[in-house]
Write a protein that binds this ligand. Structure first.
Ligand SMILES: Cc1ncc(COP(=O)(O)O)c(C=O)c1O
Length: 481
């Protein structure tokens, strides 16, 4: 049976008497954990209040995982749901607040996933929730493609302001998901250039509908057995994957052997590679793509579905590079963090590129007013405080992991930008084991790339919560090594 531990990790100013929380931990590592975070053993029945208070800042595992309620739901779900879903661990969410997710058995987890990079403002942020509630009362839906909503006009104006300093004048189309934004960007690039082909990068993820899937290449399983995806998509190595990468590879290999440049509509690239391994390309790598595009009349699309909306410490990840070498895209695709969990996506394009006629593109739900309300509140929070917090907390995690790597040799290649933090471990099986061990200890993170672990918490995560995540990773590493 798992040993129940109570850990005091929050500063005293945040710690009410019932704030004690619990994690399960292997008894062999008890001494080290106690030393690191200061533990007092306690009977779990004395802490009834803890899992009732959804505002707590602390994880607490009080049942075997999955717990009895979770187990019953998982069985029901798996009887009827599509087997294509990849449930990474048996987490059945009941409610969530800030960076804490509580499951149906009352176990609290520290969220270092944000629902796969989505809940930028954290779960249930009062300002986002209030904006959603107000808009639900005002109007839930009235097809934004065919009619006008004040809040749609507000969101596109607001997004245009975020890129005015880097891209100049823009126009924006609102959709529902990342893959839709990428689909629309493929159409727009073809429409504007009159060219058929597109180029992406190995390891990238752009979505699973047939157009975006033609660019996605993080895992072969996403494509196999689906026949011909959108023809005319070519791939090049991302930074760090080979000696010849990026613009050099495209120029010397693709343009020589596969497609002439004047047949290429756009190059799609994640400014920080996401599912493919949380790779930050070196300074100048994106600029190399920009220069190549400029030489050949090709559009440059930055897929910021995962890296955008403050996650890297700036509104858009490419702004880090723009500050050094002036690089900017022609089109941005955005989703995930944009509305902190409401389904909203955006294609942001230079105004002279988005000049298609009425009917060329649309969406029944795209730019839904409730999602737009959440987006406005999220953008306020990201601009006023959360991008800065992402920068600070990301630096803290990278420093802590770098320190940990000195004593835990399985941790290699600590990297990241803001709250896109990654590191490698020995091999894929170890990465998977570590992901599961962290889950059992109350921290939700994910694998990525060949043998990587990624951390993408909500941008509201606190310094104390980051310390907790680091202590759990240390313990989990010891348990799997
Ligand atoms: C960079 C990137 N682009 C596109 C997508 C697809 O987004 P969605 O799952 O909303 O279709 C993802 C999803 O993980 C992503 O990370």
């Amino acid at each position: 049976m798992a040993l129940i531990l109570t850990i005091d990790m929050v500063p005293s100013c945040h710690l009410a008497t019932h704030d004690a929380h619990r994690i399960t931990a292997p008894s062999s590592n008890l001494a080290e954990i106690c030393q690191h975070v200061g533990i007092v053993e306690q009977n779990r029945q004395t802490d009834q209040m803890a899992h009732l208070d959804s505002d707590l800042h602390t994880p607490a595992i009080t049942t075997e995982l999955p717990g009895p309620r979770a187990q019953a739901i998982i069985e029901r779900d798996e009887t009827h749901s599509s087997p294509s879903l990849t449930r990474v661990y048996p987490l059945v969410v009941d409610h969530a607040k800030g960076a804490i997710v509580t499951d149906v058995d009352g176990n609290r987890f520290l969220d270092c996933n944000a629902g796969i990079g989505v809940t930028a403002a954290g779960h249930g942020h009062p300002k986002v929730s209030a904006a959603i509630h107000d808009q639900v009362d005002a109007c839930v839906h009235y097809c934004s493609s065919d009619f006008y909503h004040p809040i749609y006009a507000d969101v596109v104006k607001r997004l245009a302001a975020t890129v005015a300093p880097t891209m100049g004048e823009s126009r924006i189309f609102l959709a529902n998901s990342g893959t839709e934004a990428v689909e629309g960007a493929i159409k727009l690039a073809r429409h504007h250039t009159g060219r058929p082909n597109i180029i992406g990068f190995f390891g990238s993820f752009h979505g699973r509908s047939l157009g975006s899937l033609s660019l996605t290449s993080s895992k072969a399983t996403y494509r196999s057995k689906f026949g011909i995806v959108t023809p005319g998509a070519y791939h090049a190595p991302y930074a760090g994957q080979a000696d010849l990468t990026g613009a050099d590879y495209i120029e010397q290999v693709l343009f020589r052997h596969m497609t002439e440049p004047d047949e290429v509509a756009a190059i799609f690239v994640e400014p920080v590679l996401g599912e493919g391994g949380y790779v930050v390309p070196p300074t100048g790598w994106l600029k190399g793509l920009r220069d190549l595009c400029d030489r050949h009349g090709i559009l440059l699309v930055f897929d910021e579905v995962q890296s955008g909306i403050g996650r890297t410490g700036k509104m858009w990840a490419f702004e880090h590079d723009h500050a050094i070498d002036g690089v900017a895209p022609d089109i941005i695709t955005s989703a995930k963090g944009l509305a902190s969990g409401m389904p909203l996506a955006a294609i942001i394009a230079r105004a002279d590129i988005m000049e298609w006629a009425p009917g060329k593109h649309g969406s029944t739900y795209g730019g839904n007013p409730v999602a737009c309300a959440a987006a406005l509140a999220t953008l306020d929070l990201v601009e006023s405080e959360l991008a800065d917090n992402a920068a600070a907390r990301g630096a803290q995690l990278i420093e802590g992991l770098t320190e940990l790597a000195k004593t835990q040799p399985m941790i290699e290649n600590v990297r990241g930008r803001g709250l896109m933090v990654g590191f490698d471990v020995t091999d894929h099986d170890t990465a998977y084991a570590l992901e599961q061990a962290c889950f059992e200890r109350g921290v939700l993170l994910l694998t990525c790339g060949k043998r990587g672990i990624r951390m993408a918490p909500p941008l509201v995560i606190t310094a104390e919560q980051c310390d907790f995540a680091l202590s759990v990773i240390a313990d989990a590493c010891a348990s799997v090594s």
